[in-house]
Design a protein around this ligand. Structure first.
Ligand code: UDX
Ligand code: ADP
Length: 479
């Protein structure tokens, strides 16, 4: 059981794809097969042109190029890969439930359960099953129950190995992880052996002191806790941003000042239009659901406030655009720069941009979007998913362009929603000349240089900065 020669990963998404690519790169003697039901996605992973990989992550194409065809394979033949592997990672999606009990809060474990049943049906040899998807605490127990009761009498060991990679830095996060967490049945010899087998894989490139071993429940809960703490920091600084705008403080200066306290630290203190991504909201809702189901109402309310604050931040950003544009955006062209939930990814799940666009469309704005990595198809899919208006209306009211200058031409206002580096390098004088006046810019990422843009003539409104009419003096603290 201990010697792993073949790994199978079910799910070739944002977690499974990069994680397995790095494992294959670092463990050339292990065959890694990533399987998915989605044929289009697998074809894209196999595309000769590395620009067509289904996921954009800096450095990923190079890793795939090195390992693909050597010991990294992408396939739709799920059963064959399961049967051959000694270790199976489950990296399928666990979205928030959209129906029934726990709707809007609990994680939907449908895909996980289907995987477990498939593994049980197909397996003819002992397997180590590794939970990679973010799962509610005690999912391993459910997995075990399905595997043991429906399997062919083979032995399964279940490990929890939550993924902490952040999108946009996935390859770096994997290659140089702060820590790897492995939860297993450490009270038994078989469980300890299974844990060791996974430790041996990560030990190919990470020092052993960064590999933490816990029981399964601690590992599962640590993942939810880490995301809840990170999201809470963002909501905390966002709460301060509103106070800053009203009082004349500058949220960047406040963040810098508190971040230099080594107990607080400087990371995750960037005020923004609101956090997005596939994890933060989902995991907190999940935490809230678990707490409520255990009658821990104060615990549930405490964490729910992080989401309430985030929703408020997105809404107040959009409302401020309407208010500033003389209380109406009806028929006005508004350019959105950025649609991804953060820079350096083409992922748009829960992106603040979707909600800001929806709000402005309800106010009858005409929206033009530019994002360097997100496709038009994805943007419409995101809006259609909200179900606020018909697909035809979404396509009529929101246009997608591939040139940022075209997006801004004749616009009443620009809203920066993703912190793409390239936005800083634009010829803002040229953009100013081609916009309607007053030329409003709403910087939801504190990305642009307030001083310079104000000098050009823009009316710039940045999250967490006092609203200014005239060029502000250089900031007291360099940020
Ligand atoms: C997160 C966790 O960081 C990662 O460990 C976990 O595995 C998955 O969830 P991810 O969602 O990829 O990763 O991105 P992250 O960098 O955490 O950003 C999440 C959101 O918070 C983004 O919308 C980002 O723009 C926003 N954010 C982050 C801020 O608004 N301010 C900050 O200071 C940091
Ligand atoms: P994550 O961010 O967690 O990686 P994604 O949605 O990007 O989530 O990826 C999950 C992938 O899992 C999808 O490509 C989906 O097609 C795949 N998937 C879901 N269920 C199964 C299954 N039973 N067998 C194979 N692939 C699956």
């Amino acid at each position: 059981m201990k010697n792993i020669k073949n790994i199978c990963c079910i799910g070739a998404g944002y977690v499974g794809g990069p994680t397995m690519s790095v494992i294959a790169q670092k463990c050339p003697e292990i065959n890694v097969t990533v399987v998915d039901l989605n044929e289009k996605r697998i074809a894209a992973w196999n595309d000769d042109n590395l620009d067509n990989l289904p996921i954009y992550e800096p450095g990923l194409a190079e890793v795939v190029e090195e390992a693909r065809g050597r010991n990294l394979f992408f396939s739709t033949e799920v059963d064959a890969a399961i049967d051959k592997a000694e270790m199976i990672f489950i990296s399928v999606n666990t979205p928030t439930k959209t129906y029934g009990i726990g709707k809007g809060m609990a994680a939907d474990l449908k895909y996980i359960e289907l995987c477990a049943r498939q593994i049980a049906r197909v397996s003819t040899t002992d397997k180590i099953i590794v939970e990679k998807s973010t799962l509610p605490v005690r999912t391993a127990e459910a997995l075990k129950s399905i595997l043991v009761n429906t399997g062919n009498g083979v032995n399964f060991q279940i490990l929890s190995n939550p993924e902490f990679l952040a999108e946009g830095t996935a390859v770096e996060d994997l290659q140089n992880a702060d820590r790897v967490l492995i939860g297993g049945d450490i009270d038994t010899t078989e469980g300890t052996e299974a844990v060791q087998a996974l430790v041996d894989i990560y030990a190919h490139w990470l020092p052993e002191e960064r590999i933490l071993i816990t029981n399964v429940w601690s590992s599962e809960l640590s993942k939810l806790t880490a995301n809840a703490f990170l999201a809470q920091r963002v909501s905390s600084i966002n709460a301060m941003s509103e106070l800053c705008e009203k009082t004349g403080a500058d949220v960047n200066e406040v963040a810098r000042a508190i971040g230099m306290d080594s107990r607080i630290g400087p990371k995750f203190l960037k005020s923004s239009v609101g956090f997005g991504g596939s994890c933060f909201q989902k995991d907190i809702l999940n935490l809230v659901y678990i707490a409520k189901s255990l009658s821990l109402d104060e615990v549930a309310d405490y964490w729910e406030q992080v989401i309430i604050m985030n929703d408020h931040q997105k809404r107040r950003f959009a409302a401020n655009i309407v208010k500033t544009l003389f209380n109406t955006v009806s028929g006005k062209k508004i350019a959105l720069l950025g649609w991804a939930f953060k820079k350096d990814t083409n992922d748009t799940r829960e992106s603040a941009a979707i909600y800001v666009a929806d709000y402005l469309l309800n106010e009858q704005a005409e929206i033009v979007v530019y994002d360097p990595k997100v496709t038009e198809e994805q943007m419409y899919a995101d809006l259609d998913y909200l179900g606020t208006r018909t697909e035809e209306e979404n396509r009529k009211l929101l246009k997608v362009v591939s040139d940022p200058y075209q997006a801004c031409e004749d616009a009443h206002a620009i809203a920066v929603l993703t912190e793409w580096d390239e936005f800083k390098t634009y010829d803002w004088e040229k953009i100013y000349e081609r916009m309607l006046k007053p030329a409003f810019v709403f910087d939801g990422r504190n990305l642009l240089n307030l001083h310079e843009l104000t000098k050009i003539g823009f009316k710039l409104s940045s999250i967490g900065k006092p609203i200014v009419e005239e060029a502000r003096k250089e900031p007291v603290l360099a940020v």
